[in-house]
Every structure is written in structure tokens, then in C-alpha cells.
Design a protein around this ligand. Structure first.
Ligand SMILES: Cc1cc2nc3c(=O)[nH]c(=O)nc-3n(C[C@H](O)[C@H](O)[C@H](O)COP(=O)(O)O)c2cc1C
Length: 358
């Protein structure tokens, strides 16, 4: 059930498959006779340099993967000096995460039916020292994910015979989770405090809200879940500091285009200098390179980090990050581009022309 919650997507899961397949299909053209000693993966974004060109996408209820998963992500963000998206639906509190990761943690905001709840979250994030806010705009209503329905996955949990059997068949997870306690939403389910239910509609979000948020939030504002050029221009002009091109990993709308196919169009729309992040479907270091080459300034990765922790806890998470780092390192050498900052579309084979632009 938990694997299906993480791995699953909306509808027939065509969009999440397309995200991966379209990225896989892209080819990078090696350039030869370039001195590639001293390869560099530090990437600058928002006026500072990050340890790697990718970070951790905000994900709700990570502790279902394995007890303490949120804190493992936080520790990895600190160890590798990469950003960590902290979801509104996180199972660790804004305050505890801020203390552990400092301003590498970016708070991801969902706005439900009550703007007062959102405002309270903003106040807490600001007080806890957060300087970056991600406003997610591609969940006007939560997507229907058939695997969750089939398994009877609900928050809070309802435990019937099907779930009991599932837990019994996964004793290590069940016993560890029993010992540490079932994860709960640490920021929106406070007793007597703010409430935002997982399945609550979030359709009130509109351009006026974006303007109010921009006026209110003094830090960096990243708008996540954007695919269209016109929307991107309007978001940029509304004063957002960056856009994250994303279709939520295909978890929202099955007929969405593959996110990677929209990236060059969004880049063209917002111009060469506007900060763009990207997520949805990145599964390897070479995938990270392709996304950067197609115009993103930074890459976020979601599910793979959860798979890694489900398989191997914190050690598994670090192993994955190092694997990605090695793949990028080797990839940079192979294509004759010693610095991730220099990746651009000239490295991407343009299939329509049959040749590389150079
Ligand atoms: C289990 C899970 C929970 C997620 N929860 C959130 C969330 O609370 N807020 C949000 O903005 N995105 C959420 N996302 C979407 C991710 O931020 C990201 O867009 C997506 O996972 C990227 O695709 P990838 O998994 O193919 O890398 C979630 C994704 C997963 C897999």
C-alpha cells in the first residue's frame, strides 16, 4: 500500500510514464578533445552556490516510507548542501526541520479552503527562519490515483482486513512503525490548531492570491507545477522569483504533457535569465544533465529518494545521492563539459534535424 502511494500516479499513469520515457529518449552528444579534469557540480541559484545541481522535491507524509524519513532527508540536505522541499503535508514540523537544515529547507505551501490556515503556516515558516517558499499550484483538487483507491489508502488510516494483511506481510515495516508510532501530519493537524485535510479542495487559489502572497512573503517565492508559457510569463510578471516546471510527477492529471517537453517552451517564454527549476521523471544523473541542458537552472527529484529510504534507510538515501553524483561526474566527462553551469541545448541532439545544433 505504501509503495503504491509513492509510486502511483493519476489515472492510467500514462503521464508519469511519459515523464520518464521522454527524458530517456533524449540524447546528449559527446564533444571530444575537451580537457575535463576538475569537473564541477556546484550550481548557483538564488545568490548562493549549492553542492549539487539537484535537490529534494517537497513530498507529503514521507515517514510512511520509513519512520524518520523526513529527518533523513533533512540530514542528507545538510550533508550534501542541497535544498529540501518541506511539504505542508510533511510528517515533521516546520520548526524541527528549520532547526536541522537551516535555510536549505524551502517551505512548500498548499492553500486549502481557509486562507487563515495558510497565513498561519507562513508566519510559522518565517519565524522558523525559512527564506524560500514554494507555492504549489497544480493541485486545484487532489488527483485520483487508482492504486490508492484499490488499496483503500486514506489519511488518517482506516485499517480493515486488506490493510491488516498488507501490514502482516511486511513485518519489518509494521513493527518499526508500531514502535515509533504512526506518522501524522505535523503541521496541519495540530490539536485545536490549524487543519488542512489531505483531500481538501484547493481550488480557491488564483492570481489575486498570488499577488497577496507576493506582497506578504518577504523571501524567495517559487511557483511549482507550471507547464504553460503564458502562465509562466504572468507568474514572472507577478513578482515570483522562480518557476518550477512540473506536472507533479504525473500524480495529478493523466493527460498532462510530459514535463520535459514543456521545459524548452517555458524557457523561451520567460527569457534566458529567469530562474527555472524542474521536476517530474528524473531518474538518473544523466537525466539531471538533460534537464539542465534544456534550460533549467536546477533540478528537483521526488520518488527516487523515497524508494532509496524504503530500501535502505539513511544509508540507502546517501547511496542514491552519491550514485547520482557519480553518474553526473562520469556524464560530464563523456560529453566534454567539465562544469554543470555550462550545460546548454547545444549538447542535446535535435532529432527533428537529425543532427546536433553545433
Ligand atoms: C509521495 C509523494 C508526495 C508528494 N507530496 C507533495 C506535496 O505535498 N507537495 C508538492 O508540492 N508536491 C508533492 N509531490 C510532488 C513532488 O514534489 C514532485 O513534483 C514529483 O514527485 C516529481 O516527480 P518524480 O517523483 O517523478 O521525481 C509528492 C510526490 C510524491 C511521490
Amino acid at each position: 500500500m505504501i509503495f503504491d502511494f509513492i509510486d502511483g500516479s493519476a489515472g492510467e499513469e500514462q503521464c508519469s510514464r511519459l515523464n520518464v520515457d521522454k527524458l530517456d529518449a533524449l540524447r546528449l552528444l559527446p564533444r571530444v578533445l575537451v580537457n575535463v579534469e576538475g569537473r564541477k557540480q556546484q550550481k548557483s541559484l538564488f545568490g548562493r552556490s549549492w553542492g549539487l545541481p539537484f535537490g529534494i522535491a517537497p513530498m507529503g507524509m514521507c515517514n510512511l516510507t520509513w519512520p524518520g524519513a523526513d529527518l533523513m532527508l533533512a540530514d542528507a540536505a545538510r550533508k550534501y548542501d542541497i535544498p529540501l522541499g518541506l511539504s505542508t503535508m510533511a510528517s515533521s514540523s516546520i520548526e524541527a526541520t528549520g532547526e536541522r537544515v537551516g535555510d536549505r529547507a524551502w517551505f512548500q505551501l498548499y492553500v486549502g479552503e481557509s486562507e487563515a490556515v495558510a497565513n498561519r503556516l507562513l508566519e510559522r515558516a518565517e519565524k522558523a527562519g525559512f527564506t524560500h517558499m514554494i507555492l504549489t499550484v497544480d493541485v486545484p483538487i487532489i488527483g485520483v490515483r487508482p492504486r490508492e483507491q484499490r488499496n483503500g489508502f486514506k489519511s488518517p488510516f482506516r485499517i480493515g482486513p486488506r490493510q491488516l494483511l498488507d501490514f502482516a506481510l511486511h513485518p519489518q515495516w509494521s513493527l518499526t512503525t508500531l514502535r515509533t508510532g504512526m506518522p501524522r501530519l505535523a503541521n496541519v493537524n495540530l490539536p485545536g490548531g490549524e487543519q488542512l485535510k489531505r483531500d481538501e479542495a484547493r481550488g480557491l487559489l488564483d492570481w489575486d492570491y498570488l499577488a497577496r502572497l507576493r506582497a506578504r512573503w518577504p523571501g524567495k517565492l517559487i511557483v511549482k507545477g507550471v507547464l504553460g508559457g503564458e502562465d509562466s510569463i504572468r507568474i514572472r510578471d507577478a513578482g515570483a522569483d522562480a518557476i518550477c516546471v512540473s506536472n507533479h510527477g504525473g500524480r495529478q492529471f493523466d493527460s498532462s504533457p510530459a514535463a520535459i517537453e514543456m521545459l524548452p517552451l517555458v524557457r523561451q517564454a520567460v527569457g534566458p535569465d529567469y530562474p527555472l527549476l524542474f521536476d517530474s521523471g528524473v531518474r538518473s544523473g544523466e537525466g539531471v544533465m538533460k534537464v539542465l541542458a534544456l534550460g533549467a537552472d536546477f533540478v528537483l527529484i521526488g520518488r527516487p529518494f523515497l524508494y532509496a529510504m524504503g530500501a535502505g534507510g539513511y544509508a540507502g538515501l546517501c547511496e542514491l545521492i552519491e550514485m547520482l553524483r557519480n553518474q553526473i561526474d562520469i556524464g560530464l566527462a563523456q560529453i566534454g563539459c567539465p562544469d554543470v553551469e555550462d550545460l546548454d541545448s547545444s549538447y542535446v541532439l535535435d532529432e527533428s534535424k537529425g543532427v546536433n545544433a553545433r
